[in-house]
Design a protein around this ligand. Structure first.
Ligand SMILES: Nc1nc2c(c(=O)[nH]1)N[C@H]1C(S)=C(S)[C@@H](COP(=O)(O)O)O[C@H]1N2
Ligand SMILES: [Mo]
Length: 215
């Protein structure tokens, strides 16, 4: 994708955000409904990115975890692979209205990561950085939920480049734009710092059950 096409794509999504497009005004109850309001179920797996799909082989991949933590780490593939393995099945919900059920993710749990790096008391938010320059922000309490992980495989197969391999974040309870692909850095901060889509009109938190799509 060339720069002109990418700029147009970003501008279109930004305009949708301004117009509040796709909002149904309904609230869902995750205890009762499986599909959040305004979503439709798909069985394929759409690819969404900024037109850049960084090619990072496992041998060149590195993850930095820093900021307000007592024990910052920089993991290469071998160090990452040496962490305890975690598996979880979850549904994903994209703000562009598709949801996909029963994704089996394998990787390293955020719970484990937090036990290694130990966030300081004034850490409140987490900024995720991708190899493509993408960023997204998430509240530390949302990031800390038990179903969040640094995933290297999906349904038993290593994550493809287009879906964010070698490693992406998965935050199942929030819209999928929070789940940074091609994960490069996890930064713990005190003051919030809206990311790529958040400064372009997407909601700062992105809870699909109350349709926090925009604003
Ligand atoms: N690094 C990075 N992560 C990203 C994005 C991106 O452009 N770059 N797009 C986000 C958006 S908007 C969505 S909907 C999902 C799409 O994930 P998928 O392509 O695996 O479906 O990735 C999110 N994570
Ligand atoms: Mo998205």
């Amino acid at each position: 994708m060339n720069d002109g096409v990418r700029d147009k794509l970003v501008a279109t999504k930004q305009a949708w955000a301004r117009a509040g497009r796709l909002l149904t005004g309904n609230h869902g109850d995750p205890e009762v409904d499986r599909l959040p309001p305004g979503q439709r179920l798909v069985t394929n797996w759409p690819v969404l990115d900024l037109g850049i799909q960084p090619d990072v082989p496992r041998s060149a991949w590195k993850l930095k975890v820093d900021g307000l933590v007592e024990n910052p780490v920089a993991w290469d593939w071998d160090a990452f692979a040496a962490q305890p393995e975690f598996e979880d099945v979850s549904d994903v919900h994209c703000v562009t209205q598709w949801s996909r059920y029963d994704n089996r993710w394998t990787g390293v749990s955020v719970t484990h990561l937090l036990s290694v790096v130990r966030p300081m008391p004034d850490a409140r938010h987490v900024i995720l950085h991708g190899y493509d320059g993408y960023t997204t922000n998430v509240r530390l309490d949302h990031f800390s939920e038990a179903d969040c992980l640094l995933a290297h495989s999906h349904d038993g197969v290593p994550l493809s480049r287009e879906h964010g391999g070698p490693v992406r974040l998965i935050i199942p309870r929030y819209y999928l734009w929070k789940s940074a692909k091609w994960l490069k850095r996890i930064e713990f901060v005190g003051a919030d710092k809206p990311g790529f889509w958040e400064v372009r009109g997407y909601h700062n938190e992105g809870d699909p059950w109350i349709e926090q799509r925009y604003g």
